[in-house]
Design a protein around this ligand. Structure first.
Ligand code: PGA
Length: 256
């Protein structure tokens, strides 16, 4: 497995933060910073209400725009939902799928994660599929079983060619927004395990080009150790993506 075959993806997950006006300010600060770092892919996953602003402002820059969810149907009576096709038509390129907050608070299941992932691929979006165990599951020693189940379920019915277009984010739930990061070794261990699941399903050639990120309290202080690991190809970053200077440090580390 060769890390050099993969381009790291540093993706900000803004969650339900920033009004459109605030988003404009942050993106204007980010643009000149991101311009200095081209050896990683820079993505900002903003709230739906800021997508248009983000797309306008980042035109011609090296920042890609992502959404934080999409529905699995193309259209229809699904009040409050947004389809993958609607996002793609705007120029959105990435979409986070199955984030643990959606699993915890919005009844997201492994089945709907799979359906959303397929819909995103069909629309030409790059899905960032999130998997990860809860603290009790880690303490019970079933991290690998949980991650295996979530990953296999998410990739059901997906071909090797499609799998190469998917980013996986390993996000231990206990590390999200808690300031409690997985150690470099804990994160690497599970990311390597996920790559092995992909290798068993699709073969080494596919697994070694797949981008597997770590997420969960990644910040300027801990990013270097995490991103140096063989199987960690970037990060999905919540809190530290809301300040241009912090996000800039992560980009710098990913480009080092
Ligand atoms: P955090 O969030 O960096 O604030 O822990 C990461 C995420 O939920 O994607």
């Amino acid at each position: 497995m060769n890390k050099a075959l993969r381009k790291a993806v540093i993706a900000g997950n803004w969650k339900m933060n920033k009004t459109r006006t605030e988003a404009k300010t942050l993106i204007e600060e980010l643009i000149p910073i991101a311009a200095k770092f081209s050896s990683c892919e820079t993505v900002i996953c903003v709230p739906f209400t800021s997508l248009e602003t983000a797309l306008e402002l980042t035109k011609g820059t090296n920042i890609k725009v992502g959404a934080q969810n999409c529905h699995f149907q193309k259209c229809g009576a699904y009040t409050g939902e947004i389809s993958a096709g609607m996002l793609a038509e705007m120029g959105v390129e990435y979409v986070i799928i199955g984030h643990s907050e959606r699993r915890q608070y919005f009844a997201e299941t492994d089945l709907t994660v799979n359906r959303r992932t397929k819909a995103a691929l069909a629309a030409g979006l790059t899905p960032i599929v999130c998997v990860g165990e809860m603290l009790s599951e880690r303490e019970d020693g079933i991290t690998e079983a949980i991650v295996m189940l979530q990953t296999i379920a998410a990739f059901t019915g997906i071909s090797a060619e499609e799998a190469k277009k998917i980013v996986i984010a390993y996000e231990p739930v206990w590390a999200i927004g808690t300031g409690k990061t997985a150690t470099d070794e804990q994160a690497e261990e599970v990311c390597a395990f996920i790559r092995k699941i992909m290798a068993d399903k699709y073969g080494n050639d596919t697994a070694e080009v797949m981008v597997i990120q770590y997420g969960g309290s990644m910040n300027p202080g801990n990013a270097a150790g995490l991103l140096a690991k063989e199987n960690i190809d970037g990060g999905l970053i919540g809190g530290a993506s809301l300040k241009a200077s912090d996000f800039g440090v992560l980009l710098e580390v990913a480009n080092a």
